[in-house]
Ligand binder design. Structure first.
Ligand code: NAD
Length: 287
């Protein structure tokens, strides 16, 4: 069997076209434009690229965006003041602090300062708790993008064995919760897991977000598995690869995401989605 590729770029493009219509409708009927504020502290080159991509995606879709650049030695109190001002600004429906932030600033304090109703990344404790309880407010963008891809490909989830490799707060853990909510049987593996292959071989759906190139090889998966590779790794020769040995694993899988062009384009798309939903919710609150 050779896997069919899941074209994340195409799915993202289709969804973004739908979002543009939704935004135009919000403007025409209610006179509001969804708005997002992005705060970038410091000059991490990777963050610069991510932020630029987010701003461009917003512009192309019709979302108003504001970028706040703060120097790397910004005191925590100044960042908090900026967040407070954005929390109070009715034109801002989403607030995103680009991670990582400098070490002298407390990450939990920053995440909890953002109004949960504008927390389009879904990282505030309130939103994390809502996800655990099964009442998701803003699903975190990367696992949400994976969920949308599975939905788009009509992959059945209920009763399936799902193995998530990687247990981070932004990808692995929320991913597992989302799939559990859909009544999959979920195992979460991480760097201390003994005999990773013993788990991955049970997977009907395998989601890998470890940040280790070539971690999953063909002998570690069963025939017909659906493979979602979240990893993004830059090799010394400049190539961008995922965590899965793509050429080997695609010979056994039924569906597989490429890197690049799989999960990546979906992450920003889900940020657009959450911002639009936030703007729509603000209308209901206001009326
Ligand atoms: P992280 O470093 O916060 O977490 C990595 C997780 O993988 C940890 O739970 C760790 O225990 C586990 N892990 C590490 N080595 C392992 C191993 N050998 N075996 C099993 N588990 C192992 O990383 P993260 O932020 O969750 O990101 C993971 C990967 O996903 C990275 O490559 C990152 O670049 C990528 N990523 C992609 C997107 C996207 O939009 N496609 C978004 C976020 C992260």
């Amino acid at each position: 069997m050779t896997a069919r590729l899941i074209d994340g770029k195409a799915v993202a493009k289709k969804l973004r076209a739908e979002y543009s219509v939704r935004i135009a409708d919000l403007k025409a009927r209610h006179g509001i434009v969804p708005g997002i504020a992005v705060i970038l502290v410091g000059d991490n080159p990777a963050s610069e690229v991510y932020v630029r991509n987010k701003i461009t995606a917003c512009r192309d879709t019709g979302i108003h965006s504001e970028l706040y650049r703060l120097p790397s030695d910004t005191p925590e109190a100044d960042l908090m003041k900026r967040i407070d001002a954005l929390n109070a600004d009715p034109a801002v429906h989403g607030i995103l602090v680009q991670l990582p932030i400098p070490a002298h600033i407390s990450l939990p304090a920053v995440l909890e300062r953002i109004d949960p109703s504008k927390d389009v990344d879904g990282f505030h404790l309130y939103n994390v708790g809502a996800l655990v309880a099964g009442n998701t407010v803003f699903p975190p963008c990367t696992p949400f993008g994976v969920q949308k891809l599975l939905e788009h490909e009509n992959v059945p989830i209920e009763g399936r064995n799902v193995v998530v490799v990687g247990a981070s707060n932004i990808v692995g853990k929320p991913m597992a919760l989302m799939l559990m909510k859909q009544e999959a049987t979920v195992a979460i593996c991480h760097k201390k897991t003994r005999d990773l292959a013993q788990f991955t071989r049970l997977a009907d759906i395998l989601v890998v977000a470890a940040g280790v190139p070539g971690l999953i090889t063909a002998d570690m998966v069963q025939d017909g598995v659906v493979v979602i590779d979240v990893g993004i790794n830059r090799l010394p020769d400049g190539r961008l690869v995922g965590d899965v040995d793509f050429e080997g694993v695609r010979q056994k899988a039924s569906l597989i995401t490429p890197v690049p062009g799989g999960v990546g384009p979906m992450t920003i798309t889900m940020l657009l989605h959450n911002t639009i939903v936030s703007a729509e919710r603000s209308l209901k609150l206001g009326s």
